[in-house]
Every structure is written in C-alpha cells, then in structure tokens.
Design a protein around this ligand. Structure first.
Ligand SMILES: [Zn+2]
Length: 447
C-alpha cells in the first residue's frame, strides 16, 4: 500500500425523532401515526437509502430516552450513570462525583389505611405556588445525609444527596395514580452496604417530613378550601451518580456535536464529551428541526452531528394518535432541506431513526416495538423501500439493527471502520486511524 490521495472527509448526521414509533391503532385502521401521516420527504429519503428497523435493546423492551440514547451511542448499560445525574449536569447543577441526584416532583396524595395513595401525578399548578412549596422542603438532613430539593420546572425538581450516599436504591414515585407512595429500598444484593442503608433511611425520613410540612402549609389549606387537591408529597425516581466513561470522540474516533434541547439531552451530550451548540425550542417543531439540519450541514469541523427533536414523544404522551400523526407530518416538511442539501452530498451520511416507540394509546409510558431506520450515503445499498415507517422499513436491506450496531454501521458508511483484530493502540477501538504511538528514531548524535 502506498500513500494515496487523501480521501474527502465524510461526516455523519444522526437525526433522532424521539418516540417516533407507536402501536397500531384501530382508529387508524391498524396503522401507526407515522404510517398514517403524509411524509413525502421522509419517504423520498427512504427511497434513496438503505432501510431497516432499530431497537436500542431487545424488541419489546420499553426504553426511556436516556437509556435508549446511551445504548444507541454504543455504550453498555452497566456504564449508565442514571438519569438523575445526567439531568443535574444538563441543568448546570453543581454535582460532585460522589453526590447522588434524583428526579423529584411535587404531587397529590391521600391518606388511606396508613398509606399515601397517589391521586394526581401531574397536577397543573402555577410556578409561584410550586416554588413557594418547594422552598419549604428544600433542605433536610438525617443519618449524615444532606438532602436538597432544587426546583427546575413547575412541580419538577432535582434532589441532590450529599454524604455517605449510594444510587443503588428503588424509586418512591409509583407514577400510576391509585398506587401508594413507595418506601425507598436497597436494590437486591446491595442491602448490606452502609451507604445504601443510610440513603434509604434518609430518604424515607425526608418523604415523611415533606408530607407533614406540605400538608400543613397555608397554600395547600387554601387549595383544599377551593376544592383542589393539596400538593402534599414528593415523588423520587431514577437516581444517578457520576461514572467514569470513555468520551464519544475516543470511543468512535468522531468529533461529535449535539443539537438538542432539554436538560437530559444536554446533560447526556455533555457527559459523553459532545460539543453543545445552544439551540432552542419554539412553538413550531418544523422550524426548529430545519434550523438544526441547516446547522448540521454547515458545521464542517465535526464528523458526527446528533440532532434531536422531542416533538413526536410529546405528541404521543397526549394519548391522541391523530395529534401525533399531525406533528409527524409537520416534522416531515423540515426534511425537504435534507432531501435538497444533505442527501445529494457524497461526503455526508444521513441517518434518521428514533430512540424508542411512544404509544399514543394504552397505559404504558413508552412501548417496546422497533422504530424505522433510514441511512442515506455514498456507500449505502439502495433497497426497494419507498416509505419511511415501521412496516415498510422492515422490508429494507438493513434488517433489524440493535444497540451499538447503529454506531458500527455509521463508522462503516463513513469509511472509518477498522479491520477487526488489528491492534494500533493498547485500548482496542473500532475505528481507523486509531490513537497510534509512532516509533521514534534516537536523537541525532552531537556533531
Ligand atoms: Zn416519553
């Protein structure tokens, strides 16, 4: 092999349409909202590209966005630091490597036979009321653990634990109304750890204390006088703590940029060492997505641009398949830019998929079906698929893609994959060129 002409640098753009996949619905004649939506631009991109289905884990497993994204970026579940930690990072909260952070929220419970039954999980309350109540429960200390509730948005906040603490504990938020607020317990196998025990004791005391303080608060008494349920308990879930990790750039050999909003997506990008550009969400997700695609097209210093939109997931959570169908059709219009300016560029690989399915009917929070995947680039095989949806893409040449396979395929179509088994660095990486150490000639002898 001689020294050839340097090839043009190929760049990848990954568009994650959060929660895009869905169940089939009788009101849509068994179709999903994506199948029912008018999506001429996505369909044309599918026709140009190589298609398949994607699941970040195993088919049927209903994943939350944080874990789906982590697996999609090619990391192992055992290295996942927990959503609480990632949101704390994204919210610019000061968290040390030893702190534990959890998602916390105010909600309404009712005493019944010695238990606290969740009556309203997502109460609609003005910010001033939320802040006034959250201020009352902000600081607590027990069993050597400092507990701090930090408000973030409306009823929501982050709870930071300092001291001899551990994230290996269960949630207290039962999520489903009618179920009791849960006791915080050690995870199986972790019962003997003193930090786990202290964390559980401190949090269970905190939950009882917050219920007492909030129930007596004049704002809640006034709410009850007006026939409104009191915001009288705190729900906790998804604890997290820092874990050391290989950066995305070191793991995949690609300089990454993230175009995403929301504390979770910003926190995860930051954790993986991605450069973050400030983008915002307007009332129009089509405009926001087009802006992100235009930015990604122009940012030549980055090999990998991750674009995120939360719009399909938010639409699905309203539990109206027709609404989700309309939002998808709206997002499709942004892809006219991708069709015109990204797909024809032989140095760009465009990947369009979702992190998980979000069912717009039924009781589950998210659902476990696969999502469609389209890859359009100079080296992708063109198959016979001409529609971008959960059923049509199943007939494509990619077949079923799972977990980290997505990142390996991206390396492959960027022409950056390393022949398996070649060792150019002590830590084996799947890309080429790796972080090799040159052999050095001895210094010239003195004249
Ligand atoms: Zn969701």
């Amino acid at each position: 092999m001689g020294i050839g002409k340097a090839a043009a640098r190929r760049r990848g753009i990954l568009v994650v349409l959060d929660g895009l996949g869905d169940h089939g619905h009788a009101m849509l004649q068994g179709r999903t909202p994506l199948m029912a939506a008018h999506t001429p631009n996505l369909d044309r991109l599918a026709a140009l590209g190589m298609n398949g289905l994607y699941h970040a884990s195993l088919q049927g497993v209903a994943l939350p966005s944080e874990i789906a994204h982590f697996l999609m970026f090619g990391y192992e579940l055992a290295d996942f630091p927990g959503r609480g930690y990632l949101e704390a990072l994204g919210a610019n909260l000061s968290v040390t490597d030893d702190d534990v952070a959890l998602l916390g929220r105010l909600f309404c419970v009712q005493e019944e036979a010695g238990q606290l039954i969740l009556t309203v999980e997502d109460p609609q309350v003005d910010t001033a009321t939320c802040l006034a109540l959250q201020r009352e429960i902000q600081h607590f200390q027990a069993h050597g653990v400092d507990v701090e509730f930090i408000p973030t948005k409306g009823i929501q906040g982050l709870v930071r634990l300092r001291g001899p603490v551990s994230p290996d504990i269960t949630d207290s938020n039962p999520i489903q109304e009618g179920r009791p607020l849960m006791q915080v317990l050690p995870l199986a196998g972790r019962e003997a750890d003193p930090a786990v025990q202290q964390t559980c004791r401190a949090l269970n005391d905190y939950l009882l204390w917050t219920h007492r303080i909030l129930s007596q608060h004049p704002l809640n008494r006034r709410r009850q006088d007006r026939g409104l349920p009191p915001l009288n308990a705190v729900g906790l879930q998804r604890p997290g703590r820092y874990k050391p990790i290989l950066s995305f750039a070191d793991k995949w050999g690609l300089q990454p940029l993230a175009l995403a909003t929301g504390p979770l997506y910003r926190g995860l990008s930051q954790y993986l060492g991605m450069t973050l550009l400030p983008v915002t969400d307007s009332a129009n997700p089509e405009v926001d997505l087009r802006e992100r695609l235009e930015l990604a097209r122009g940012l030549a210093d980055f090999d990998f641009v991750y674009i995120h939109t939360k719009a399909p997931d938010v639409a699905a959570h309203t539990k109206d398949p027709h609404h989700k169908q309309r939002v998808i059709a709206q997002l499709d219009r942004a892809f006219a830019f991708a069709l015109r300016a990204i797909a024809p560029d032989p140095n760009l690989l465009l990947v369009i998929t979702a992190d998980h399915s979000t069912n717009s009917a039924g009781a589950m929070i998210h659902s476990g079906e696969t999502v469609p995947l389209t890859m359009v680039g100079a080296f992708t095989r063109r198959d016979g698929v001409s529609r971008f949806d959960e059923v049509s893409c199943a007939g494509g040449a990619l077949g079923l893609v799972r977990g980290a396979e997505l990142m390996y395929l991206i390396l492959n179509f960027l022409d950056r994959g390393k022949l398996f088994g070649l060792r150019d660095a002590p830590v084996d990486q799947p890309y080429t060129p790796g972080p090799a150490t040159p052999l050095l000639l001895p210094p010239d002898p003195l004249p």
